[in-house]
Design a protein around this ligand. Structure first.
Ligand SMILES: [Zn+2]
Length: 1000
């Protein structure tokens, strides 16, 4: 079986065996500590591709690692049917959507017969459910499949009803009008799961301020409202003019009975925000130039000017101009003032209109001049300093705007010219002015998407809708937020960098629509018109894995209509009594007790894995809902977040045609190769880059391990029984060679390093230690052993393989099992335990020896290369004993932070043992340099070395040195040896750990 390996048949053999031996089924076991790993369950509306593989593989590596460390690991899986995307997909199939059907054919290779069944939404879900499940088995995920469920199972629906009734009882579900992301075509709220590209609609609250205008005629009593949308109502005192875009189409409309002029787009947005809008006529922006409008706050009359930066899609299409505090306005006003042609075209005269910036906010940073002007200058100067000359104006203005906005918001105060608001902090004035204007009817609130365009999966562009009578989870509740923060602060977040993102999201979340009118899922228990949406019925389901086992085993019948809230209260919260619950729900008492015990054993969740895109929603909701429902002791303990996967450096997308279904990749390259290739390219938060070069490299590595195991097996089989006995005896008391001791020591170090990496899920690092660093060590070992014809290395190879393969098992489980079996082990490697460091096997003399030899070899090879001589003899001189004293003294000083030459020299001379250096300060200088270029690990080791004989070490490696240097004769002498061969007087240059070399 050398060369080509049939990976797929190895995989099916082990999948089969794991299943038969129930290796991954875990039940409560009081003798072992539990570890509960979960990963966000998949949404079955397509097969999984390489990109999906990352999160699940990471969770599986984690589960396998903890299992080998002796924990009773529970790693279950469910399937999330809830929501509208599957519904949307079945509609597209029914409508014969060419693009979707092409995707089914080309990427997922589905037959027409299968596609035809997809007009029924549940058929889509169940088809891909089974497809994904097969893929997960083929990837080797160590899942306890007895706990599988879907979110439309009847008992699951009862569980969700319980969750919602519980939240409502606690006052956390409210009904009311709140803005939501909305698909106008589906007439449904949208969140991340419903949009193309999985973007969460994010919106801002603007204040619409109503400027009144007589239109072209100043005497007209019939006033028209020119509304402007702003995030900074406090700057209303500084308005000098309004901006409209002369090129745009505007409409005159009756809005809630008043006459407004706004962009067409704004009219549509206002309708979704429940304003009654009736369009009367359209007009061009240019028609409004020159009009006057009255500022509702200070009654100032301001002109309407043209500006091309005004966009129809943003706000109302009319902008108030505050040149002192808004860089865009300052810039546009300056431009208009210097553009005589434009002034002429619109009959604007700056002789009549004394339009200059009005400063109304003061702050430290902008004390003297006009803040907007200063900030533009500063950002402009920065851009020039950074040589960003091509950085366009728009970007600079945007930067200036955000700098100024945040500075004034936190540090600014209202000036004397702002009436009764004078002296107030901006943050306070902003709110007071807004409330005043709202109360007097001079303002309205408007919501607008920040990250538009956001597209629904159906293709329609999403809007913000003010939804009335909708049910909301009140994530804005202060006390709830505080508990969520408390939970987070006690959690382990991996990687750490992501923690503050969670804190931010907890603060920022507000009411969130939790029900939809269509889609699969559970009906809202008290209002059956509504269905609980997919980011609300997926937040505490980890608890349901315990119950699912009993539903699947029929201990709880799927159609048991007697299961009531009392059941969940008892099993999940511990309230009530088992007897009573059993009676009420028509279940056996012992079964109810057993379920409760199992929940108490496995909960809380020890580690929750998910992609980074779920931080702002799912993962934070997971925290919120746990703290609302469960006791503190059952709050989650850890969240692990990973980045996404790129394909050969590019984002995966249908249009690029670079989506590779996971199962196709497994059948072509093998599961272990795919697992490692997904994991090895990045640490967890970074985007991983999947490349076929990596795939080929990994495959070769795995093949190398197989071959080594086969070689070992052949070697050990050649031994007769008696020899085997001898071998065994020999292993017990063998006289270890230097390289044996070194390899064993290196193994201990690698165990320690890999364990430390995996404990923090630094996966890339762990793979590097196990696969690459150990392999380098082995190559060195084999070189050394071969050079001295060290015959009996079977024992060493067995020890090496035994450790390497156990550390590889979480990453490459199939290879690990197969090699483990080749090595005559009968039990699954998952039961073999994680290797533990044996301190007594750490051998610093052996480590230093090999370090010295490999360094010496590199030095000699370097000299040969540089001098281009063909050596006939290499002479090596080791240091005189007194220099070692000096070296140690210098080393101790450096490790204590003293690296100054003069200072070190003084100390050496003061000590009679090292005073001899007085005659050779250059030697001291060189030793300092030697030490500073030595890795820290080796410096520490050298300090603790008490007896280290360089001559014996080098003599031991003479065969290797000779082999590597042209079979040249090697001679070793001490510098102090009176009989040494030293024709060129090189010996005196020898330093500790840095022998002198003479080549002839
Ligand atoms: Zn839609």
């Amino acid at each position: 079986m050398s060369g080509r390996i049939d990976w797929n048949s190895i995989e099916s053999k082990w999948i089969d065996r794991w299943e038969k031996q129930r290796i991954f089924e875990s039940d409560p076991d009081s003798s072992r500590e539990k570890y509960f790993v979960t990963v966000a369950y998949p949404y079955p509306n397509s097969p999984q591709h390489i990109g999906h593989g990352r999160t699940y593989t990471l969770a599986d590596v984690h589960a396998r690692y903890m299992r080998m460390k002796g924990y009773n690991v529970l790693f279950p899986m469910g399937f999330h049917y809830t929501g509208t995307p599957i519904l949307g997909m079945s509609r597209r199939v029914a409508a014969n959507d060419a693009e979707l059907i092409e995707t089914f054919h080309r990427i997922y290779k589905l037959s027409d017969d299968v596609i035809a069944t997809f007009v029924e939404p549940v058929k889509i879900a169940s088809y891909f459910h089974h497809e994904i499940k097969r893929g997960m088995k083929e990837m080797g995920y160590s899942i306890d499949w007895r706990r599988e469920f879907t979110t439309i199972d009847r008992v699951y629906s009862k569980f969700i009803s319980w969750q919602f009734r519980t939240l409502r009882k606690k006052g956390l579900i409210v009904q009311g009008s709140h803005p939501v992301g909305w698909c106008p075509r589906d007439q449904n709220p949208v969140s991340q799961h419903d949009t193309i590209g999985d973007v969460e609609p994010d919106f801002n609250e603007y204040t619409i301020i109503k400027f009144k205008s007589g239109g072209g005629d100043d005497d007209d009593d019939d006033l028209i409202i020119l509304p402007v949308a702003t995030l900074r109502p406090e700057t209303l005192f500084g308005v000098t003019n309004l901006w409209v875009n002369p090129q745009l189409d505007y409409v005159q409309a009756q809005v809630d009975g008043q006459t407004w002029i706004i962009s067409k787009e704004a009219a549509r947005k206002l309708e979704f925000l429940n304003h009654k809008v009736e369009i009367i006529k359209t007009l061009k922006g240019s028609e409004m130039i020159g009009w006057k409008a009255t500022n509702p706050l200070n009654k100032a009359s301001v002109p309407v000017y043209p500006a091309s930066f005004v966009e129809a899609e943003s706000g109302t299409g009319i902008v108030m101009s505050v040149p002192a505090h808004a860089p865009y306005d300052y810039h546009a006003l300056e431009a208009l003032k210097s553009d005589k042609k434009l002034q002429q075209m619109f009959h604007i005269s700056f002789d009549d209109d004394k339009v200059s910036p009005i400063k109304i906010i003061e702050s430290e940073a902008y004390s003297s001049g006009i803040p907007a002007a200063e900030e533009i200058e500063q950002v402009g100067a920065l851009a020039q300093n950074n040589n960003n000359s091509d950085d366009d104006e728009g970007k600079r203005l945007e930067k200036a705007t955000s700098n100024l906005y945040s500075h004034e918001f936190y540090k600014g105060r209202m000036m004397q010219n702002t009436g009764r608001f004078a002296g107030l902090a901006v943050a306070v004035a902003k709110n007071e002015i807004k409330q005043d204007l709202l109360k007097s009817g001079s303002a309205e609130t408007m919501y607008e998407l920040v990250n538009k365009p956001v597209k629904c999966r159906c293709g329609a562009e999403c809007v913000v809708k003010l939804l009335s009578d909708q049910w909301f989870l009140n994530y804005g509740d202060r006390e709830w937020k505080q508990r969520a923060h408390e939970c987070l602060s006690n959690m382990d977040i991996l990687p750490q960098d992501i923690r503050q993102e969670f804190d931010y999201v907890i603060d920022w979340l507000r009411e969130r629509a939790c029900a939809r009118k269509s889609g699969l899922g559970t009906k809202l228990p008290w209002d059956k018109e509504w269905i609980v949406e997919s980011l609300s019925d997926s937040v505490i389901y980890m608890a349901y894995y315990v119950i699912a086992k009993y539903v699947n085993s029929k201990a709880i019948s799927d159609d048991n209509d007697n299961i009531s809230d009392a059941f969940f209260d008892y099993v999940l919260l511990g309230s009530g009594s088992a007897d009573q619950v059993a009676k009420e729900c028509k279940l056996a008492t012992y079964a109810v007790e057993q379920i409760r015990n199992e929940f108490s054993y496995f909960y809380p969740v020890d580690s929750r894995h998910s992609g980074r895109d779920l931080v702002p929603n799912h993962l934070t909701f997971f925290i919120f809902n746990h703290v609302a429902i469960f006791d503190k002791k059952n709050w989650p303990r850890q969240i692990v977040v990973n980045g996404s996967v790129l394909m050969e450096g590019k984002k995966m997308s249908k249009s690029l045609g670079n989506i590779i279904p996971l199962r196709a990749a497994i059948s072509e390259y093998g599961a272990d190769t795919i697992r490692l290739a997904i994991l090895v390219s990045a640490e967890i938060l970074q985007d991983a880059d999947f490349s076929f070069d990596t795939v080929r490299g990994i495959r070769l590595k795995l093949l190398g391990i197989f071959e080594m195991a086969e070689n070992w097996r052949n070697m050990s089989q050649q031994a007769t029984e008696e020899e085997e006995h001898l071998l065994h005896h020999h292993q017990q008391q063998r006289l270890l060679m230097l390289e044996d001791r070194w390899l064993v020591s290196r193994l201990q170090r690698t165990i320690a390093e890999t364990t430390a990496s995996l404990d923090r899920l630094r996966i890339r690092e762990a793979i590097y230690h196990t696969l690459y660093s150990l392999d380098r060590d082995l190559q060195w070992y084999l070189k050394r052993a071969t050079a001295r014809k060290h015959q009996n290395i079977t024992g060493m190879l067995a020890e090496f393989l035994n450790i390497q393969i156990r550390m590889l098992a979480p990453f490459a489980p199939f290879t690990a099992e197969e090699v483990w079996e080749l090595m005559n082990n009968r039990q699954s490697i998952t039961k073999a335990g994680w290797p533990v460091v044996e301190e007594e096997k750490i051998d610093i003399v052996a480590e230093e020896s090999e370090f010295l030899i490999s360094g010496l070899l590199a030095d000699i090879q370097n000299i040969v290369k540089v001098t281009k001589i063909t050596p006939t003899k290499v002479v090596i001189y080791t240091t005189a004993a007194w220099k070692t004293q000096v070296y140690k003294a210098i080393l101790a000083n450096i490790l204590e932070g003293r690296v100054n030459f003069g200072q070190i020299m003084k100390l050496l001379i003061a000590n009679p043992e090292t005073a001899k250096v007085k005659s050779d300060p250059k030697m001291v200088q060189k030793m300092i340099e030697d030490i500073l270029s030595t890795p820290l690990e080796a410096r520490n080791r050298r300090l603790s070395l008490t007896e280290f004989n360089e001559i014996i070490t080098i003599q031991d490696a003479q065969s290797l040195l000779s082999d590597e240097i042209n079979k040249t004769q090697i001679a070793v002498y001490s510098e102090e040896d009176p009989a040494k061969y030293d024709p060129k007087m090189r010996a005196h240059a020898a330093r500790p750990f840095k022998p002198a070399i003479y080549i002839q």
